[in-house]
Design a protein around this ligand. Structure first.
Ligand SMILES: *Cc1c(COP(=O)(O)O)cnc(C)c1O
Length: 381
């Protein structure tokens, strides 16, 4: 990586880990056989996919046959939500989600509203935690699906998935969680959380882009989303992306093996960063301080346009983000921060700094120094 760049945007995407890349490489030019062919040449790619499936199943504590490879978090969210909605249409048309979901969930639900479904968007409290009382009261006899994210991508909050899982089990409602920001960063056990479906995406945990997983608990009624060949036990058509699947398998195993050490390291870097940034006059933290993924910080610089700050940091080779990558540039204030009760102005003054594998103490210090200088310059004009 370019030495001059200070990358503080791991929440948007991560670099591919070198060991991950090494495991993927042979599947481009050497073992390129179609895993669905019958010839002996397809055996190696087929076995590699099996191995990746086992690694994922082990990582989230489920059966291998409950793992389906997709093209990423967006497809997994679309499949889980539309697939469940259409499969259960006869028993009800009500879906519950939250106001702070990723666009892959929110816009899928908005689409379903045009197809005769009713959607409740549960509000969150000031700290970014889903209002459980509101959620429970929203459930009616037509409710077929609840989709609530495990970790929020903008403020990093860890939502009360285990509690919602219990409610869904009692009321026999399908439960999906978008765990894209959580997998590889905190321990996730689908049995403990009682989720029926879970989305993940490799590029958020040091794997390649364009590959993800949808976990579907055995027995769940979910319509197929892609129609075509018989791949993935006739559940997800399309020739398997062998190198990417291999990469996802290695990435989840490697990330999971270092969760405990990385959590300690990243938390200490983040706390150091927060402590020093909060010394700047007119700053505050967005989102719950405890229930939060270790590498995330989201700060409001009151009275300063975050876009201006972002560009000034960019000129100094420091890469952070405003809102989420998906809404950045759209000039709309972050829907997540608005849902948390921030004013439009404060929402436009907020930035995310997310830390990861190669973040160092020196980088944190340099970023704080740059922030202080930039803010001083802005306030002096
Ligand atoms: C990145 C992200 C997605 C989308 O995943 P892709 O693989 O980029 O399509 C979905 N949900 C959350 C919470 C994300 O952070």
């Amino acid at each position: 990586m370019n030495n001059k760049i200070i990358y503080m945007d791991y929440g948007a995407t991560t670099p591919v880990d070198k060991d991950v890349f090494k495991e993927m490489e042979p599947y481009f030019c050497s073992f390129y056989g179609n895993p669905s062919s019958v010839s002996a040449f397809s055996l190696e790619p087929k076995m590699a996919i099996d191995k990746a499936r086992s690694r994922v199943a082990k990582a989230i504590n489920c059966k291998r046959e409950e793992i389906f490879f997709t093209s990423g978090g967006t497809e997994s969210d679309n499949w889980a939500i539309k697939g469940t909605a259409f499969a259960k249409r006869k028993s009800g048309n009500h879906i519950i989600t939250s106001e702070i979901e990723h666009p892959a969930v929110l816009n899928t639900c908005r689409y379903l509203e045009t197809q005769g479904f009713d959607v409740t968007y549960v509000p969150v409290k000031k700290n970014g935690m889903v209002d459980l009382d509101y959620l429970e009261k929203s459930i009616n006899s037509k409710t077929i699906l609840i989709s609530i994210m495990l970790a929020n991508n903008e403020v990093g909050t860890l939502e009360p998935i285990e509690e919602i899982g219990k409610i869904c089990t009692e009321k026999n409602i399908a439960f999906h969680t978008d765990a894209v920001q959580a997998i590889g960063h905190i321990n996730v056990d689908v049995q403990k959380l009682k989720v029926d479906m879970l989305s993940m995406s490799a590029h958020k945990f040091y794997g390649p882009k364009g590959i993800g997983v949808l976990y579907i608990k055995k027995g769940m009624k979910v319509d197929n989303y892609f129609h075509g060949g018989e791949q993935e036990r006739a559940r997800r058509a399309g020739t398997e992306n062998t190198p990417a699947i291999v990469g996802l398998g290695k990435a989840i195993e490697k990330s999971n093996s270092s969760i405990s050490t990385e959590t300690v390291r990243l938390k200490s870097l983040r706390d150091k960063f927060l402590k020093e940034v909060l010394e700047i006059h007119g700053t505050s933290i967005n989102g719950d301080l405890v229930n939060r993924i270790p590498g995330n910080s989201n700060i409001c610089f009151h009275g300063i346009e975050a876009e201006t700050l972002l560009m000034a940091l960019d000129l100094r080779g420091i890469c952070a983000s405003v809102g989420s990558a998906c809404s950045a540039g759209s000039l709309e204030p972050s829907h997540v921060l608005i849902a948390m009760g921030l004013s439009e102005e404060n929402s436009r003054s907020s930035m995310r700094f997310s830390f990861g594998s190669s973040t160092s103490e020196q980088e944190v210090e340099n970023t704080v120094k740059a922030l202080k200088e930039i803010i001083r310059n802005i306030q002096n004009v």
